[in-house]
Design a protein around this ligand. Structure first.
Ligand code: ATP
Ligand code: MG
Length: 318
């Protein structure tokens, strides 16, 4: 008999990836440097969320498209943390990005590479697979780029399918991919400042401009919750009636990649526990801050999350 608790969360990563994270003293083209530290870590926003949820004790099912040995490797990494993996194979390979972090500077950059080559039918197969995995879930987490080849309206149809099963959705995407998902009214969208600006076709410079843009989206698109992460400036959350600013928690930052994905995971953990939105936002911020402390993308220690949680302040914006 299977006594495992039913997973309340389904994450969908159409464009799977791993990050090779390299901590270097210096970096320039034409030079050879020895990394101080290196690790292979999860990447792909929803897969990152599955990993962080697992660290926070929340079971999830992870699906998406994978290819090649790197795809199998990614699945093994998630399974090691107890994530229930149900990925589908397609042509091409799960990409392995390079994340180069210059030690002690707060500077980092990512080199991403060509990856999966799904056919349109692989996207449709994934949609049907998601439909079959939705019953019994409470949250669908989806996002990141869509690999070339799949239909651009894949997210909107997945969110609509989630509605049919009474499952709420968190969409974390950028630009047109984010806009394409909005007609299905995901319960939460969670872009960062640049991604929200890309969706609205303008650069958002200040927190005030971000609040205005998030309010505009809430009003025009009928969204319940818009969370915008601002990197070292913290984050902002807007609902049709309220708004909060969450200042960053000062911590020793090693690698910021995956912090936003951890934010979504922490937020969902809080909401699953029945917390009010401000308390759930505090969980999101604590999880994001814990990811900053490790070299691996979306890697965090649960004890760091619980240690940082009381240090988070969620301030109403009036
Ligand atoms: N340099 C930093 N100092 C303190 N807190 C930070 C820093 N960078 C990120 N954070 C925290 O992490 C949260 C999410 O960060 P960020 O806005 O970088 O997400 P993101 O761009 O979506 O990242 P990703 O997509 O790689 O997961 C922020 O709201 C903030 O609380
Ligand atoms: Mg993000």
């Amino acid at each position: 008999m299977n006594t495992a608790p039913a997973a309340p969360v389904l994450t969908v990563t159409p464009n799977t990836a791993l990050d090779r994270c390299l901590l270097v003293p210096d970096f320039a083209l034409g030079k050879t440097v020895v990394a101080k530290d290196a690790t292979l870590a999860m990447a792909g926003k929803p897969a990152d969320a599955s990993l962080v949820l697992a660290r926070l004790g929340v079971p999830s099912i992870a699906t998406g498209l994978i290819g090649g040995k790197s795809g199998a490797r990614m699945v093994r990494m998630l399974e090691r943390d107890g994530v229930d993996c149900r990925f589908l194979r397609c042509p091409g390979r799960t990409r392995v990005n390079a994340v180069i972090i210059k030690e002690g500077t707060g500077l980092q950059g990512t080199v991403t590479v060509p990856s999966l080559h799904p056919r349109q039918e692989d996207g449709e197969r994934l949609l049907e697979h998601v439909r079959s995995l939705l019953p019994g879930r409470r949250w669908l987490v989806l996002g990141g780029s869509l690999p070339e080849g799949v239909a651009p309206d894949l997210y909107v149809r997945m969110i609509e399918a989630a509605h049919e099963h009474g499952v709420r959705s968190l969409l974390d995407a950028s630009g047109q991919t984010l806009l394409n998902g909005l007609p299905a009214r995901p319960a939460i969208i969670k872009p960062n400042q640049v991604e929200l600006g890309a969706a609205l076709g303008r650069t958002l410079r200040t927190p005030v401009e971000v609040v205005d843009a998030a309010r505009q989206l809430c009003g025009e698109r009928g969204l319940e919750v818009v969370v915008v992460t601002l990197g070292a400036e913290g984050s902002i959350c807007v609902t049709p009636t309220e708004a909060w600013r969450i200042p960053p928690v000062p911590v020793e930052v090693i690698n910021t990649a995956g912090a936003g994905d951890a934010f979504g995971a922490g937020l969902i953990k809080g909401l699953l526990e029945g917390l009010a939105l401000p308390e759930a936002l505090a969980w999101g911020t604590a999880a994001a801050s814990a990811v900053l402390l490790t070299l691996g993308t979306a890697d965090c220690r649960p004890e760091d999350v619980t240690r940082l949680l009381p240090r988070v302040r969620v301030e109403p914006i009036v």
